[in-house]
Design a protein around this ligand. Structure first.
Ligand SMILES: [Zn+2]
Ligand SMILES: [Zn+2]
Length: 443
């Protein structure tokens, strides 16, 4: 570095400033004059022009540099790659372009031994997490290494991307990682309190949304870290009262996503989104009940601003669910073709809590005809707009008198009673009539 400091350093400085500010013409000029500038780095941090363009989201300049075939995996003083910096700063276009250029997703920095996936998860850039995971599915390195192993990759202190996302209050990233096979029960080595699970770290961070996600994926409220604390104790210690209430082993169990079921793992995106939404809404209802008597309350549901009148639906051709008579049928059981709403489908699948010793669920059967469920698909509804608005809505606590009216919009107060009505229905042949009578009897 010593030689040529005089003019070299000033050119260098000019280049890096121009890259940072996206001055394309000037960058092109400089590179025309002296192409060796491509390999220059800043004096202390040893950032290359590619690092600077990636960190600042200067996609055009990043493109120019990659087209001049600079190494996409150049590292700075801390062994950080341009991809790590783009993921850290949430520069999604740069992340995608670097991945396209074949940037290595399996590089580790020298600060904490973290990968680009750790960076994206830690800083909460869900789009970057998603892009990196997509690349991991096709990248030859990750293929040889194994996708599941990559999702659960550890940093220098034993933290997976899920641990970091949970600690940093990043529910969206937590969701994507769990959905991609992150282990909900993994313990850290030295990160946080040793032996912490993602649930301990979410309790430490105090994010109710992260806790809800983790619990819905079966996180264990009774798991102890090496100092013997359960997540509940961690939340109490850090004065996250609402989190503590949900983590209290004495409070009601949330519904757990029935991932071991074969037809759940085979759901298409649309059906999955419907059911996931139903699960989250149901668990939010439970949370409200848990927090009711406490000093903590949750923000009111996002859809409360929809006026009741708007919901008197003209989409009368759609079928009401014959189990709850409140929601529109959105899910069809195959092969028999019987239909239910997403909430009832979910209650059916989550009815049997997974048995931790055998790690298997008793597969549910169609409540109408008792045949084995092979697939679940989304019912095609003609007036999709009305249906879209209605399907997520199960939150109204009010009981509705005119149960048979065509107003699909109101909440399913009956949801909590579903599992009991299911078991009562057991063995009946003609589900439709049976369910209806059962329902009226119960009122
Ligand atoms: Zn229903
Ligand atoms: Zn059936």
């Amino acid at each position: 570095m010593g030689q040529g400091l005089s003019c070299g350093a000033s050119y260098e400085h000019a280049l890096f400033t121009a890259v940072q500010h996206g001055d394309i013409e000037f960058v092109n000029d400089l590179l025309e004059k002296d192409s060796s500038l491509l390999h220059q780095t800043t004096v202390y941090d040893r950032h290359s022009a590619l690092h600077i363009s990636a960190a600042n989201g200067q996609i055009e300049i990043l493109e120019i540099l990659l087209n001049r075939s600079v190494n996409p995996d150049a590292v700075n003083r801390y062994k950080q790659t341009p991809l790590m910096l783009a993921a850290m700063h949430g520069k999604i276009y740069c992340v995608k372009r670097l991945l396209e250029a074949g940037a290595n997703i399996l590089m580790f920095d020298s600060l904490n031994g973290r990968t680009c996936l750790h960076y994206a998860a830690y800083y909460g850039h869900a789009d970057c997490v998603q892009a990196i995971l997509s690349a991991a599915q096709s990248s030859p390195i990750a293929v040889s290494w194994g996708y599941a192993r990559f999702v659960n990759i550890r940093d220098g202190r034993g933290a997976t991307p899920l641990h970091l996302a949970a600690r940093q209050r990043r529910p969206e990233c937590v969701h994507i990682l769990l959905d991609s096979g992150a282990l909900v029960c993994a313990s850290t080595g030295g990160y946080g309190c040793p032996g912490s699970t993602p649930l301990h770290l979410a309790a430490r961070g105090g994010s109710i949304d992260c806790i809800r996600e983790l619990l819905a994926w079966g996180a264990d409220r009774l798991h102890r870290d090496v100092s013997g604390r359960i997540p509940y104790a961690v939340a109490l210690k850090h004065k996250h009262g609402a989190c503590a209430a949900l983590l209290n082993p004495a409070s009601a169990e949330p519904l757990v996503w029935p991932s071991p079921l074969k037809f759940i793992s085979e759901l298409n995106q649309e059906a999955k989104a419907l059911l996931e939404n139903a699960l989250m809404e149901a668990n939010k209802e439970r949370e409200k009940n848990i927090l009711k008597g406490t000093a903590y309350s949750l923000p009111s549901p996002s859809h409360s601003d929809v006026g009741a009148d708007d919901n008197i639906s003209e989409a009368s051709d759609t079928e009401l669910c014959c189990i709850c008579f409140e929601q529109v049928c959105t899910i069809e059981v195959q092969d028999c073709g019987h239909q239910m709403c997403a909430q009832c489908t979910l209650a059916l699948c989550c009815h049997n809590k997974p048995n931790p010793t055998t790690a298997c669920l008793t597969p549910p059967v169609c409540p109408f005809c008792r045949s084995t469920i092979a697939h679940l698909v989304v019912v095609k509804i003609e007036n999709q707009e009305d249906a879209d608005r209605d399907i997520g809505d199960i939150s109204s606590p009010k009981l509705r008198k005119a149960r048979k009216s065509r107003n699909f919009s109101e909440g399913s107060s009956s949801f909590k009673g579903l599992s009991t009505s299911f078991s009562k229905m057991g063995g009946r042949g003609s589900g439709r009539i049976a369910a209806e009578n059962e329902w009226i009897d119960k009122r």
